[in-house]
Design a protein around this ligand. Structure first.
Ligand code: KDG
Ligand code: MG
Length: 412
């Protein structure tokens, strides 16, 4: 079973996606997500120019060897572009292996450890009535866990808050928030930490009063706080029993989390911008966090993330795989197969893709009773439609940037 073709597919059904498709000489086809939001063509170029030629003629069954060959053999290790490219190859090879075995991928990963993967959606609102509506909409759709993001008085636009409840994703009418905006350069937002820290606890108090103690609540601080500010926020949210508080500080400095951990019992999640197990080395070993946020797509694929989750399991740290719209349906399918199989699954993020995106990728995983379950067909359960994909050519899009009120660039 040799690799015969490796194609890089770029499409933009409402937002940009990069997919690697590997075909073997006996006609099996595998897909891997290679989408890196706002830097899509860097990964597409890396794959096309430097990886695809190396795959031709390789034994498609040798997944671990191919992973090590691309990781160690490239000399320049780690980083989001490299690890997203490796992830795409790895995922496509697992898809092929599962098809060759005639099994859904999760069966090769050890079989199901649970019936479905508890999933959280994105509730947001510019004010409390809009936020409550958004939570209710999620509850109506079956969600049992929601992330709460809210506008902050005095700031025009805040991470995670949908601009309009009416627009929805791809006109679907949902409230989901899409941070990447089409255009030749990023938009700019303004940030004020003190205003944010004053406002957020009041919102969580209101949400708990309205929806009661059972509903699973999460929040993303999106890398914006110092360790001390993060500790203040964690403490002020303790009465509202969060499932997790995410990305409280910028991720590079692992030491920062020690200070936060000493000050609050609110559970902590971090790592959507990490790429390998090494990025978590101290955080996990010292039990400074509770959940790892890496998705299959940005952490070296099924092989890379499985390695990380096995290490995390030794310290009772669980998965919390990143699942915004920039993780394509291929990345989501991989997440659900891995999530259903590993013992230390925590929760799965799920921002809903637009109808146009789902039509291009044809994912076969399902959402019922608040959770995602993998496709029961051989492989990942992806049915990529080339004709539909070709109707949506790439358009540049960027994540916003952030500035403090005095003009200083701040973490977005
Ligand atoms: O591409 C960046 C987004 O995926 C990110 O901002 C979303 O923080 C995010 C989340 O938790 O989903
Ligand atoms: Mg996040």
């Amino acid at each position: 079973m040799l690799v015969d073709r490796a194609e890089v597919l770029v499409t933009s059904p409402g937002r940009n996606f990069v997919t690697l498709r590997i075909t073997t000489d006996d006609g099996l086809v595998g897909h891997g997500d290679a989408t890196l939001n706002g830097r899509e063509l860097a990964v597409a170029g890396y794959l096309r120019e430097h990886v695809a030629p190396l795959l031709l003629g390789r034994d498609a069954h040798r997944i671990e060897d191919t992973w090590q060959y691309l990781y160690r053999g490239g000399y320049w290790r780690r980083g989001p572009v490299t690890m997203t490219a490796i992830a795409a190859v790895d995922t496509a090879l697992w898809d092929i292996k599962a098809k060759a075995a005639g099994m859904p991928l999760y069966q090769l990963l050890g079989g199901a450890s649970r019936q479905r993967c508890l999933t959280y959606g994105h509730a947001s609102g510019r004010d409390l009535p809009e936020l409550f509506d958004s939570v209710r909409q999620h509850l109506d759709e079956g969600y049992r866990a929601v992330r709460i993001q809210t506008a902050v008085p005095g700031l025009d636009s805040v991470y995670g808050v949908a601009a309009s409840s009416a627009a929805g994703v791809g006109g679907s009418g949902r409230y989901d928030y899409e941070p990447a905006r089409r255009g030749a350069a990023p938009t700019e937002e303004t940030w004020d930490t003190r205003a944010y820290l004053r406002h957020v606890p009041k919102v969580f108090e209101a949400v708990r009063n309205e929806f009661g103690p059972e509903l699973v609540l999460l929040h993303d601080a999106h890398h914006r706080l110092t360790p001390n500010e993060a500790a203040q926020l964690g403490r002020s949210l303790e009465p509202y029993d969060l499932f997790w508080l995410e990305d409280v500080t910028p991720a590079e400095n692992q030491e920062a989390l020690r200070r936060v951990r000493q000050q609050t019992t609110t559970p902590l999640a971090i790592g959507e911008v990490f790429n390998t197990v090494w990025d978590y080395q101290h955080l996990i070993r010292e039990q400074l966090i509770d959940y790892v946020r890496s998705p299959v797509t940005h952490a070296g694929g099924i092989t890379g993330l499985r390695r990380l989750l096995d290490y995390a399991a030794l310290y009772q740290v669980k998965s919390g795989m990143h699942g915004p719209t920039d993780v394509s349906p291929v990345g989501m399918a991989a997440a659900v197969h891995l999530g259903i199989a590993v013992h230390n699954f925590g929760i799965q993020e799920h921002m809903q893709h637009s109808r146009a995106t789902l039509d291009v990728f044809g994912p076969a995983h399902t959402f019922t009773e608040g959770g995602l379950a993998p496709a029961e067909e051989p492989g990942l359960g992806i049915h990529y439609d080339d004709e539909l994909a070709a109707q949506h050519p790439y358009e540049p899009a960027y994540l916003p940037t952030n500035r403090l009120r005095d003009g200083t660039v701040h973490d977005w």
